[in-house]
Write a protein that binds this ligand. Sequence first.
Ligand code: ATP
Length: 363
Amino acid sequence: MKTYKIACIPGDGIGKEVVPAGQTVLEALAATQNEFAFEFTSFDWGGDYFRQHGVMMPENGLDALRNQDAILFGSAGDPHIPDHITLWGLRLKICQGFDQYANVRPTRILPGIDAPLKRCKPQDLDWVIVRENSEGEYAGVGGRAHQGHPIEVATDLSVMTRAGVERIMRYAFKLAQSRPRKLLTVVTKSNAQRHAMVMWDEIALQISKEFPDVTWDKELVDACTARMVNRPASLDTLVATNLHADILSDLAAALAGSLGIAPTGNIDPERRYPSMFEPIHGSAFDIMGKGLANPVGTFWSCVMLLEHLGENAAAAALMAAIEQVTANPTLHTRDLGGSATTADVTQAVCAQIAQPQAQRKAA
Ligand code: ATP
């Protein structure tokens, strides 16, 4: 029997509620079969750790994660610590330290979810957004000078490398090729950003030649927001820069019904390092500790984690269990208009997982 080592980093706010919930459903899944088990190690990094130690995670923290098979992450954010410290000190430190250059965000309208686009049938919205996760606008290159003086200057330089763009384009084309519609939209802004984004477009064209069976088009990022709302079925797989995809995927999550549902994976496609899976929502301090957090985004992230480990049957079983639960409005949390708690949803998903397969299909 295989044992997968999973690092759990709940982080801050509702991360401390949804990550243990994710661990519970993974354990329930492991209990249904004899092929694999999980060994979880929890790390108490985040805002509280910062208050004690002055850093979000230890200097050698990456070494503790290096030999794990995957990481399940909650969220990083604290009302008393500047956002750039919580973000760069933990989540980005792991993403960049482990060169998790592909951030992958599937979006679908799950059964039972009342999504805001009334003209859109659930089957019309089935996207995967691939976000460049290692450079671009969030490369961290820039600085400030003359601080506090009238001539103060601040820069954030967007850095795109040919190698960085080629690898994310190749990943996106490959992902599009693996999906039934074999359709990729390359999001760009080369009309206004006339250097790096023009190279981005050129590289898209170059890589497309390796994937003759993938149909692809280009869309300006601003036009893409309107297309997501007006013509959702015209999109399937999208690839965009770090900043553009950051924004588009929050829009995608909202169009799918709630921020609480959406998952993401920070992937090292070459598998040199562990990849990290997390719900896309933040720490949501307004609801923390009240049992109101929707754990579905974390459960869907666990599905992605299982797929990454190659446990496709278990991933499909978990996704089916999630969809059975979302289909039942009495199991909706407050963000979806219901009154179920994090624990109610977690127990319901575990109960679905524990049902024999035949019964689950019939349910
Ligand atoms: P951060 O600064 O860490 O990004 P935030 O509070 O600014 O956090 P989010 O955590 O992403 O932003 O959430 C915005 C709002 O969406 C929250 O105030 C919360 O009400 C709601 N929300 C987010 N995630 C969930 C969830 N899993 N379940 C229920 N509501 C959620």
